[in-house]
Write a protein that binds this ligand. Structure first.
Ligand SMILES: *[C@@H]1O[C@H](CO)[C@@H](O)[C@H](O)[C@H]1NC(C)=O
Ligand SMILES: *[C@@H]1O[C@H](CO)[C@@H](O)[C@H](O)[C@H]1NC(C)=O
Ligand SMILES: *[C@@H]1O[C@H](CO)[C@@H](O)[C@H](O)[C@H]1NC(C)=O
Length: 538
């Protein structure tokens, strides 16, 4: 087993500027070396193939600080090409590092590649995972926490300790078997169980009376969860990079791909253990898993009476979603208050309605957005843009609202201009909950509602005052969710279903944020180590 090499040091002047021209010399560097390989684990009691990061499942937690330059050398020891994406890391001016097939050629099997990123202007709880094929179903994921710089105060007392919690749905079949099911056009099976930090029996040691920051991600691939801690109230302090009003919750819904930070003070008095519980939402049957909070000095096991939680209740979840609000006076990565932005007063230049649908193409199930089921071209879109390679994609190949007619395969790219302020409505006409993720830009989740969206619902349901910004939004069955996004990050950005079977079968697109001026102030140049494939191959 290899250990992550984490060096954290300040670089004097410009030694690295020649090879990492995109970063400021004063910001610290973090070096990480990872081996990605297959291993065996038995999270549900059956030995199966999983993907390890440096011998670990889940992979090591990455703890970095705002503005750190993070250099990750990855050795791909799998038998397939792969990429790692950094879920929620905005990759400011650097979509080259985003780790999805629209921006990077996959790292071939048995080779190395180095990501050079900066955690620019961000704080919060995030995660990383393999974005290719169905790799994400086999592990290869971990927590990624961006801590505030010491000079920026956080709007809550310093916790005694931070605990990273990764909740996932899990299958006894490995990623290749799951992929084969999808390739054959068969329905994706329900999960066989739920895991917390890769197990069904994780134990966290805690000290009674102390306050902990739980950094929780739903890192699963298909199932919304409800998260709670027996006998404790949780205060939500952060949600995907936003400091929130510190509302108290008995339990919190987290949809696929979402993350939150929760402050919890462990009960004092006669110490006892408690269960942390995660159960699935909107599924039949409900799957539940627990981890144990073992209190120092406790000889009393956790009670087997688990706290109850909502199961199907969609309205409950929608109401809870509306209670998550931005703390307007708190700072985030910068010292200025989050609320100074006044997003509700900025004119919307365009409304895009994206409707998901299940369809059959050549007799097999596919998923589509506005009637296009995405197919990855051999040449990453980003390289096609850079080298002006024609016939890879067409800007505007997806319409701004769902057209009539049957779905077809295509390479959908929504064209937008740098700094456009756009309203996107996700319209869900299916019976399952959707989870949508945008790379490169976070967005205000301004509205959730039932039925079909229309413009008059803006007045009734939008929060134009204190919605949090986040990177992943849920859309309830037969409902809509609306976001506002300021497209200030030039690049080619993946907008995808976080439900991996749906994404694998086409429920994604790219948003091209563009201006014609080529300048390092708006976007960094192609990295010297960029892999070239498809039509970009020399
Ligand atoms: C990949 O990196 C590892 C560790 O630095 C090194 O031992 C190995 O030779 C490299 N492999 C290739 C194909 O360059
Ligand atoms: C909001 O942030 C301010 C400034 O950091 C802090 O003093 C206050 O307690 C926070 N309010 C809530 C409700 O979390
Ligand atoms: C908009 O939707 C609401 C709620 O479904 C409905 O009551 C209203 O009539 C609709 N308005 C228009 C203009 O379609």
């Amino acid at each position: 087993m290899r250990q992550a090499i984490l060096l954290h040091f300040f670089l004097g002047v410009s030694a690295y500027l020649s090879c990492v021209s995109l970063v400021t010399a004063e910001d610290p560097y973090v070096y990480i070396n990872w081996v990605i390989e297959y291993g065996e684990a038995a999270p549900l009691g059956v030995d199966q193939r999983v993907i390890l990061v440096n011998g670990q499942f889940p992979g090591p937690t990455v703890n970095v600080v705002t503005n750190d330059n993070v250099i990750v050398e990855v050795e791909n020891k799998l038998d397939e090409p792969m990429l790692i994406t950094w879920n929620g890391v905005k990759q400011r001016k650097m979509s080259w590092q985003d780790g999805v097939l629209g921006t990077n050629c996959p790292i071939p099997a048995k080779t190395n590649w180095t990501y050079r990123m900066q955690m620019k202007d961000q704080i919060g709880t995030y995660n990383y995972f393999l974005s290719t094929l169905m790799h994400r179903a086999a592990g290869g994921y971990g927590g990624l926490n961006i801590l505030a710089r010491s000079i920026i105060p956080v709007p809550y007392p310093k916790p005694f300790e931070e605990i990273t919690v990764l909740v996932s749905d899990w299958w006894k079949k490995d990623h290749k078997e799951l992929q084969a099911i999808l390739d054959a056009g068969k329905p994706f099976p329900l999960p066989d169980g739920m895991l917390i930090n890769g197990k069904q029996s994780t134990v966290f040691d805690v000290v009674p009376g102390q306050t902990y920051l739980f950094r929780v991600s739903n890192i699963g691939i298909s199932t919304s969860i409800n998260f709670r801690i027996q006998g404790h109230t949780m205060h939500l302090v952060e949600c995907e990079g936003s400091h929130t009003e510190q509302e108290a919750y008995e339990s919190l819904d987290l949809h696929v791909g979402q993350s939150s930070s929760l402050l919890v003070t462990i009960n004092g008095g006669n110490p006892r253990d408690y269960f942390m519980v995660a159960s699935t939402r909107f599924t039949k049957p409900i799957l539940t898993t627990t981890a144990t909070l073992h209190s120092q000095g406790s000889t009393r096991p956790a009670s087997t009476h688990l706290p109850i939680a909502p199961t199907y209740h969609i309205h409950w979840s929608m109401k809870q979603a509306r209670t998550i609000r931005w703390n307007l006076t708190a700072n985030a990565a910068r010292p200025n208050p989050q609320g100074s932005y006044h997003y509700g007063t900025i004119p919307v230049v365009r409304t895009v309605i994206l409707e998901n649908s299940a369809t059959k193409i050549d007799g097999k199930t596919r998923y589509a957005v506005n009637k296009i089921s995405y197919k990855n071209p051999e040449t990453p879109l980003k390289l096609a843009d850079y080298f002006n390679i024609p016939d890879v994609f067409t800007v505007g190949s997806i319409q701004d609202s769902p057209p009539a007619g049957p779905a077809e395969l295509g390479t959908s790219v929504l064209g937008t201009a740098l700094h456009d302020f756009v309203e996107i409505v996700f319209q869900n006409t299916e019976s399952t909950v959707q989870s949508w993720h945008l790379d490169g830009n976070d967005f205000w989740t301004v509205g959730f509602g039932s039925g079909r969206w229309n413009t008059t619902l803006r007045r009734r349901f939008y929060n134009l005052h204190d919605s949090p910004t986040r990177h992943t939004v849920q859309v309830y069955p037969y409902s809509w969710s609306a976001i506002l996004v300021s497209l200030d990050n030039k690049g080619m950005w993946n907008l995808r279903s976080a439900n991996w079977a749906r994404r694998y079968l086409g429920q994604e697109l790219y948003v091209r944020v563009w201006n014609d001026e080529k300048s390092p102030y708006t976007e960094t140049d192609i990295p010297p180590n960029a892999l070239l494939c498809g039509l970009a191959k020399p």
